[in-house]
Design a protein around this ligand. Structure first.
Ligand code: ASP
Length: 344
């Protein structure tokens, strides 16, 4: 073999070896290395959350670290639907749900967690330090404390207190949405409080991201529906419902009425539809249509939205009601989009 051919052969093999070792490190056999990180997250609060994620993604960090750091920003802020200052359940307690999933199919989740500021980080510890996927209630809290998370005093934020007092007047447990309004102020049972004081900036935060190595991860964190029954879990802590990641295909997260997301294993459904060749938006729309078919006329009363990212870095969303916003950050843009919806 000539020296030139030997050189070519060895350099081809060493590049292949390098590529394979990166792929193996990345944990997925079919990874395309896009070198172009991207993060998307639900609602207006996603803008700040994406900025938190970008500190990691923009520095060639891992998507898993980015999606944890990103939604911690929302958990730290005072808002209706995420973190300790959020709307309580009907008995006046704030209970938090969160889950996280990485590019290797590892996942962790906590549900009905009280008095812990960062449920997303507890979910990550469940994933990394226990043989389980999901811990709930006092067991989740016990695990969090053992892991060094401080047990906070529950103190409702002024907004949550006002909203709860307002809700107590009627104690009506039913979803209310404002679909007449061109810019809906909210959705789900937490909406009435926000319709009364005219504000809604935040909701469940779901985030999915791809890092510079082309690996995907996702996170989702919420206080769930405001004024829910005590003990209620929605879709957000359920892998496959509120969040799903498949590193070969894409990732999806959901927001809105959790019961109806669970009914169709929403996020998993969207990822499987992308596997069959649909774009992220087509897949989100098809999942929404599935809910519409099941709910019939009752679909008018609820909001559900899906937000997805595929392996090519394409993004898309679709909602039942108008007004669902999502934030996108990449090397090229930083933008808040409004999703298309079933009802116009
Ligand atoms: N999906 C959340 C839940 O059902 C609520 C929301 O997104 O507003 O708990």
């Amino acid at each position: 073999m000539s020296n030139r051919r030997k050189f070519l052969r060895s350099s081809i093999f060493s590049s292949f070896g390098l590529l394979m070792s990166r792929k193996l490190q990345a944990g997925a056999p079919y990874v395309t290395m896009t070198g172009s990180p991207i993060v998307i997250s639900t609602w207006d609060a996603g803008v700040a959350a994406n900025a938190g994620a970008w500190k990691i993604l923009g520095n060639n960090g891992r998507a898993l670290d980015a999606v944890e750091a990103g939604v911690r920003v929302t958990e730290d802020s005072i808002n209706c639907c995420v973190g300790l200052g959020a709307n309580p359940d009907r008995d006046g307690f704030v209970t938090l749900d969160a889950c996280i999933m990485d590019e290797k199919g590892n996942c962790g989740s906590v549900g009905f967690l009280e008095r812990i500021k960062h449920p997303i980080s507890v979910a990550r510890r469940v994933m990394e330090k226990t043989p389980h996927v999901m811990l709930v209630g006092s067991g989740a809290q016990q695990f969090a404390v053992a892991e060094g998370f401080p047990l906070e005093e529950q103190k409702l934020s002024d907004d949550a207190k006002k909203a709860y007092e307002q809700w107590l007047k009627k104690s009506e447990y039913k979803p209310v949405i404002n679909i007449e309004n061109t810019k809906p102020k909210g959705h789900g049972p937490s909406a009435p409080a926000y319709l009364s004081n005219g504000e809604l900036n935040h909701d469940t935060i779901g985030m999915v991201a791809m890092d510079a190595a082309g690996d995907l991860s996702g996170s989702c964190t919420t206080s769930g529906m405001g004024f829910k029954m005590r003990g209620r879990l929605g879709d957000s802590p359920i892998i496959g419902a509120g969040l799903f990641v498949d590193n070969e295909v894409g990732a999806c997260t959901a927001t809105g009425q959790g019961e109806d997301v669970i009914r169709i294993c929403g996020s998993h459904t969207v990822v499987e539809l992308m596997r069959q060749g649909m774009t992220p938006e087509q897949a989100c729309k098809a999942a929404v249509e599935r809910i519409i078919r099941i709910k019939g006329e009752k679909a008018k009363e609820i909001q559900v939205a899906f937000l997805a990212l595929n392996k090519k870095g394409e993004t898309g969303a679709f909602a039942i009601q108008k007004g669902f916003s999502y934030a996108l950050k990449s090397n090229r843009e930083e933008k808040l989009y409004t999703a298309k919806s079933w009802y116009l």
